[in-house]
Design a binder for this molecule. Structure first.
Ligand code: ADP
Ligand code: MG
Length: 724
């Protein structure tokens, strides 16, 4: 009997040696092969000769075509300052040319005489009567392949060919053949993994048909349907997991219903030197409602850098404490935990609330005391890093957990607490604006509150980009402003000078600057290689205005709150990511004074960036990739709002990096893209949520397939849903 779990050796032409190479890349069974999908395709059905294309264009055809040709020549041409690369090619019917206006160096080296390429693009005829393709898509074809293409009339799959196979003489052709055999002999054995009703309703291909068409498409439409089916399936199970998590929290786990006493909270609000914004009040009422309900809170609090999330968190913690419970706030780094600890103590100083700090690098005796006081309930408000969730820590009655700046981290922490029998209300805070598509789908297990307004006293931060030659002027500006009480951060990408990198380092500049340009002011330094005690010491001094200037690395990136720090200089700014730059910029402009963010780059680059103008609509993916540094820095100057910045960042990096499912307890996506496939995501979400709403434990007969599929394929992820 053949089955999908057969060893890959059952395929003709795969012996023990080849099987060994396949095993190295994780392909052991026939099933593994069936699910090794092509990464791209060449549509041979659209393949035309150059003469045919010529005719088409003359007849007014405007679509994309594919031609195959051999490189005969390449030529670099200059028109004033502009350069154009022209690659001349030939096929059996004539000549044509490909041109590039950008990325010229790269493409010039890429194309070599006698190589054979498949070229796809919209054709035009130049005024000299030549057939031309501008910035085409292209695939370099192996010799054997180019004959194959001439002989078949199909859509050809291309598979990633890892070096483990290449080095064992398995080429693109033989890999394609091996997979083809697997599809022919085994694909029909694949078991359906989606409920039939959904397959019908959404007109999806069955799994068998989808597998066949993903490897050997009958036509373009079938290929599209096959891809869609796998995307739907992947997103459907993701949403099932999200829906399960949501029901578990809402319906199955019993949380605590707080009885909130308003007196201490009113007292606290009266002690603040400012009024809360409308947006802060609105999110507070949403949080309060959650806390008073018996269902455990699972809320995401979004608000741009500096919008005042910390105060909201502190008030939520006070509400918990007013009912005799413990509350904790977790920060992503020790320095930030420490900063929160200092700030919170300052805010709460008249309320007589006992606070404690739990971080990794503490002294044993100190830590023991804190832990004892947490266990006895003496400490009411706990600040810490993830050290807070270590097994050994016992709480008296922890009922509210706030998680700062790590938007998907809460899940794993919560599940650790649940294992200890604690079902706290959880508030996750994030400064990264998350598009609505995502809050409705992959964040569907969370309720969302947004602070969509900045405190009224804020002035827009002035952001400029300059070349290094301006640095002396910048130092003078810093010194002058220090006399008015302004404090400054000067950020460098590196801690120490490095032989390999020409980037600037904090330590050497610290030594230099305080003897030269910054002689007249007090200069401190902080970086990631210092231990937390030293860091704490420096931050304390800076907060107490014992320094005018703080030389630093990105350790100050997240959450640091020094109201009088109103100048930020970022050296080698091209070195940082966009979200990171925006976070760094959020360190200034936290009081009513005018703040400045000065991005410094190499002189020539700065000039280019300041002249640079971009519009994503007119840019190809490769152009975006090529200009991403310019786009990043240019956007920083252009945009101050976190939502605008996040949108650009999303286009530059894709959603994976930013809103990645990593650490969320959810599976990574192999096929679907949560932004590009948002339509499929919405329908998969509706179906999944509907199913879980009607059958939260998946006990109905018709849902057994879903349950089994979850248990075999998503066991790891299920543990965060406490189901089934
Ligand atoms: P973030 O949202 O980045 O965590 P913070 O909570 O650190 O922002 O707040 C930034 C600064 O704004 C802090 O110094 C805080 O005291 C101040 N702040 C918060 N809310 C208000 C308000 N309503 N009016 C004026 N200042 C505020
Ligand atoms: Mg914050």
């Amino acid at each position: 009997m053949t089955s999908l779990s057969d060893s890959i050796q059952y395929i003709k032409s795969v012996g023990p040696k080849r099987a060994e190479s396949f095993k190295k890349i994780g392909l052991e069974t026939v099933k593994d092969l069936l699910f090794y999908f092509p990464t791209r395709y060449l549509d041979r059905t659209n393949l035309l000769t150059s003469a045919k294309v010529m005719q088409y264009v003359i007849n007014g055809y405007e679509g994309e075509v594919t031609v195959i040709g051999e490189v005969v020549d390449k030529e670099l041409m200059r028109f004033g300052k502009k350069q154009v690369l022209k690659v001349k090619m030939r096929d059996s019917a004539g000549f044509f040319e490909c041109v590039w206006f950008q990325g010229i160096k790269y493409f010039k080296n890429y194309f070599n005489t006698h190589e054979v390429y498949a070229i796809s693009a919209k054709p035009v005829i130049t005024r000299y009567g030549h057939l031309q393709f501008a910035h085409p898509d292209f695939d370099r074809l192996a010799d054997a392949e180019s004959t194959e293409f001439r002989n078949t009339g199909k859509i050809i799959p291309f598979y990633r060919l890892p070096k483990e196979l290449k080095s064992k003489n398995i080429g693109e052709l033989s890999l394609r053949k091996i997979i083809n055999l697997a599809v022919e002999n085994y694909a029909h054995l694949a078991k359906e993994t989606l409920p039939l009703s959904l397959v019908r309703k959404h007109k999806l291909l069955s799994i068998v048909e989808a597998l066949k068409n993903i490897h050997d498409p009958e036509n373009k439409n079938k290929l599209r349907s096959a891809i869609k089916r796998f995307k739907f399936e992947e997103l459907f199970y993701l949403e099932i997991l999200i829906a399960l998590r949501r029901t578990t929290l809402k319906r199955k786990l019993k949380g605590y219903s707080f009885k909130i006493h308003t007196k201490p909270i009113k007292k606290f609000l009266d002690s603040l030197p400012f009024e809360l914004t409308k947006a802060q009040l609105k999110v507070l009422s949403e949080i309060k409602k959650d806390m008073m309900s018996e269902q455990p809170m699972n809320r995401l609090l979004q608000g741009d850098v500096g919008s005042g999330k910390t105060i909201v968190a502190v008030i939520a913690m006070l509400m918990a404490i007013s009912d005799g419970a413990q509350a904790a706030i977790m920060a992503p780094t020790e320095i930030l935990a420490n900063q929160h600890f200092i700030n919170i103590n300052r805010l709460l100083k008249d309320l007589g609330i006992k606070t404690g700090l739990v971080i990794g690098g503490q002294k044993k005796s100190e830590r023991k005391q804190v832990l004892d006081d947490i266990a006895s309930g003496e400490i009411q408000l706990i600040v810490g890093t993830h050290a807070l969730f270590e097994e050994s820590i016992k709480f008296k009655n922890l009922r509210l957990v706030v998680i700062d700046e790590q938007h998907r981290f809460g899940v794993i922490q919560r599940s650790k607490l649940i294992e200890k029998g604690i079902v706290p209300d959880v508030l996750v805070m994030s400064a990264t604006p998350i598009p609505r598509t995502l809050t409705m789908t992959i964040y569907g297990d969370l309720d969302v509150s947004v602070i969509d307004e900045m405190p009224a006293n804020r002035k827009e931060i002035k952001t400029v980009l300059t070349g290094e030659k301006k640095l002396p002027d910048i130092y003078k500006f810093i010194v002058d402003k220090a006399k008015e009480g302004y404090q400054t951060f000067i950020v460098y990408p590196l801690v120490e000078d490095s032989e390999k990198l020409t980037l600037k380092a904090a330590t050497s500049h610290f030594e230099d600057l305080r003897k030269t340009y910054l002689r007249e002011v007090r200069v401190g330094m902080i970086h990631g290689k210092m231990n937390w005690r030293d860091k704490e010491e420096v931050m304390k001094k800076f907060a107490a205005k014992e320094f005018d200037v703080l030389i630093s690395t990105t350790v100050i990136e997240v959450g640091i709150d020094i109201p009088d720090a109103n100048i930020l200089v970022i050296n080698d700014a091209f070195q940082f990511g966009l979200a990171q730059l925006h976070q760094l910029r959020g360190r200034v402009g936290r009081s009513g004074k005018q703040a400045y963010c000065i991005l410094v780059a190499k002189d020539e680059m700065a000039t280019r960036i300041n002249k640079f103008n971009f519009n994503f609509e007119y840019m190809s993916k490769s152009e975006i990739e090529k200009y991403k540094t310019l786009i990043r820095l240019n956007s920083m100057v252009k945009y101050s709002n976190g939502f605008d910045i996040a949108e650009v960042d999303l286009k530059l990096r894709g959603p994976g990096d930013i809103f990645g499912l990593q650490q969320s307890g959810f599976p990574d996506l192999k096929y679907a893209d949560i932004i590009q496939d948002s339509e499929i995501l919405y329908s998969a979400k509706d179906e999944a949520f509907n199913i879980i709403k009607n059958d939260p434990d998946l006990i109905k007969a018709e849902n057994q397939m879903i349950k089994n599929h979850l248990l075999t394929n998503y066991r790891q992820n299920l543990k965060y849903s406490q189901v089934p």
